[in-house]
Design a binder for this molecule. Structure first.
Ligand code: DQA
Length: 156
């Protein structure tokens, strides 16, 4: 197994409300359920998981910097970021990702492109390696599988 085996999964604002928040859009799984399914996907692919949620933009920026330090140390496989509404507003997160050079998958539970027009623009997409949207919470497992494929280029 390569040393670069840690996956950061960072969740932004309101994702702590999963399970009760607009279940017709986001489903009935809680964030703990998402943590569990992501942990199972990481175990399958031999990754260590660091799973976090914050409602605060600056804290998310700090965590991207922390992922950047792990990247520099050679211990990071990649980052899965569901920035929630900050996806559509945060130049600060865009700059943080760009500044660290981390491999990042942008993730949305819902298909943001089938929703309100203010969700169609993302400040994250231009600095993301890949984007997953619309698979419900299973997108988290797909993102981990995608990082595994990218870390073994012959299978990507
Ligand atoms: C979301 C989509 C965003 O537009 C929204 O603000 C969220 C969740 C998703 O996972 O589908 O909070 O990122």
């Amino acid at each position: 197994m390569s040393l670069a085996n840690t996956v950061f999964v960072l969740n932004g604002p309101n994702l702590n409300l999963l399970g009760t928040r607009e279940p017709q859009v986001y489903g009935s799984a809680t964030l703990d359920d998402v943590h569990a399914l992501t942990a199972a996907a990481c175990a399958t692919h031999g990754f260590m998981l660091d799973f976090r949620q914050s409602n605060h933009e600056g804290e998310l920026v700090d965590w991207v910097h922390e992922a950047g330090r792990a990247h520099a140390a050679g211990t990071l496989a990649g980052v899965v970021l569901n920035a929630g509404a900050y996806t559509h507003t945060s130049v600060a997160l865009h700059d943080a990702i760009k500044g660290t050079g981390i491999l990042l998958v942008e993730l949305h539970i819902s298909n943001v492109h089938a929703r309100e027009s203010f969700r169609h623009h993302s400040y994250i997409s231009p600095v993301a390696k890949a984007v997953i949207a619309g698979f419900g919470v299973q997108g988290y497992a797909l993102a981990v599988a995608g990082l595994a494929a990218l870390s073994q280029p012959s299978r990507a």
